[in-house]
Design a protein around this ligand. Structure first.
Ligand code: ADP
Ligand code: ASP
Ligand code: MG
Length: 402
């Protein structure tokens, strides 16, 4: 008998038939005697629909009200999943994030989990109930509903696995595991048997939506080993765990593409100490995530700064920069027609020539590099958005990942 936390994503609970399928799977685990905490997402598409409705009513909806709204998606699926279990004779109870004791900080729409009071959930498990918990949501110290950022049900599952000291944490999704690239884009992408936290973290933050970035950070911090696998079959998935020595033998573990980025060019600003500091201080104070910064010197004591921001923060970045540019001079232009392509692998630490291989392959395909950045275990380039899928296939082939 094991204590297992399972998370079923939006597609896996996408309609009544799929919820029935999930209930049958849970029933089978219960029959083996396991204790189960089950985290579910909203049905696929529901969160996006709710966001669209909010935006149709208000150009800049309050973040508190957004959280009230978006928490509804998961609240529907917990109740339906519990009912489906009752329908097949399994004792189950559903909880919202608040009811499950998930306490967060006050940052609406991207709250961080501070503590989990798991005692009631554990009591239910001991009483033989399957506990169904709404993913993606919690409550803050003022009693306000919060959400954990897009894809946040992954985080709920991993944090609960730590809190209830689960023997296993399983993330059930619509693909068989973590692949060398998005299998919908790169047809010959291969499922990985295992991957290190650091590699998974880079792939997630660089655009592989299979796991939420913050959930991987949390797993690494609390050493929660988890498996990403399919809810539609029983194939073994991908184990995500601490790095082990042999992982360095593979130079590139995977390729990620992020099409949800914008390139910001701040041109003709004064080339003197403090200008860049003013620009990036303003962006940091507005909580805008800046990446891939490049500065070039222009003519006549002027400089250009180029960087990327998430597409969702584009308007906020422009608003934030306007007063700064009044002060230091210069203009701002935003290009949405870009994508970030990255290759990731812990083996890069001990192998050379990775950048050259990538740049050669992209050059042969006629793909232009607009920005480049590297770290110990990744290389990222900004390219035209309409070349992104092709670039992913080219990079994947260049490192023999297929
Ligand atoms: P869920 O709703 O179950 O949370 P997501 O849509 O968030 O599922 O994540 C699963 C999707 O992630 C897959 O359908 C796949 O298209 C995409 N994906 C992107 N990169 C990868 C990758 N490297 N490996 C597996 N899936 C990936
Ligand atoms: N429903 C939320 C989203 O679509 C959370 C999740 O699915 O993990 O982002
Ligand atoms: Mg997801």
């Amino acid at each position: 008998m094991a204590r297992i936390v399972q998370k079923y994503g939006g597609t896996s609970v996408g309609d009544v038939e799929r919820i029935k399928n999930v209930a049958q799977r849970i029933k089978a685990f219960r029959a083996e005697g396991h204790e189960l905490v089950v985290v579910v997402s909203a049905r696929s598409g529901v969160t996006n629909e709710l966001i669209a409705r909010a935006q149709a009513l208000c150009a800049n909806p309050s973040e508190r009200e957004m959280d009230q709204l978006l928490a509804v998606g998961e609240q529907e699926t917990i109740a339906l999943t519990a009912m489906a279990l009752h329908g097949v004779g399994v004792d189950a109870v559903s909880y919202t994030g608040a009811q499950a004791g998930i306490f967060t900080d006050k940052v609406h729409t991207k709250a961080k989990i501070k503590t989990i009071n798991a005692a009631p959930v554990i009591a239910d498990l001991k009483a033989g109930k399957v506990v169904i918990v709404a993913g993606f949501q919690g409550i803050n110290e003022e009693g306000q509903v919060t959400t954990l950022g897009r894809g946040g049900s992954d985080l709920t599952a991993i944090a609960l696995a730590a809190a209830v000291q689960a023997d296993k944490c399983e993330i059930y999704t619509d693909v068989d595991g973590v692949y060398t690239a998005d299998p919908r884009v790169v047809k010959n992408a291969k499922k990985l048997d295992e991957i290190s936290y650091d590699e998974m973290l880079e792939l997630a933050s660089l655009g592989s939506k299979v796991m939420q970035t913050r959930s991987v950070e949390f797993a690494a911090k609390y050493n929660v080993v988890f498996e990403v696998r399919s809810s539609f079959n029983t194939n073994p998935g991908t184990i995500v765990k601490q790095e082990v020595a042999y992982m360095e033998k593979v130079v590139v573990r995977g390729v990620a593409v992020d099409k949800d980025q914008a390139k910001v060019v701040v041109s003709n600003i004064a080339d003197k100490p403090g200008t860049a500091a003013k620009v990036f201080r303003a962006l940091a104070d507005a909580n805008i995530n800046v990446d891939m910064i490049v500065q070039n010197i222009g003519r006549g004591g002027l400089a250009n700064l180029t960087f990327t921001v998430p597409l969702t923060e584009k308007a906020k970045a422009q608003l934030t920069l306007a007063p700064v540019l009044k002060e230091v001079g210069g203009d701002v232009a935003v290009d949405e027609g870009i994508a970030k392509l990255s290759v990731v692998g812990v083996g890069m630490r001990t192998h050379s020539g990775v950048a050259a291989t990538l740049f050669d392959a992209l050059a042969k395909a006629g793909i232009n590099l607009e920005l480049i950045s590297t770290s110990e275990i990744k290389i990222s380039v900004v390219i035209a958005k309409d070349k992104a899928d092709e670039a992913a296939r080219v990079a994947h082939a260049a490192f023999g990942l297929g």
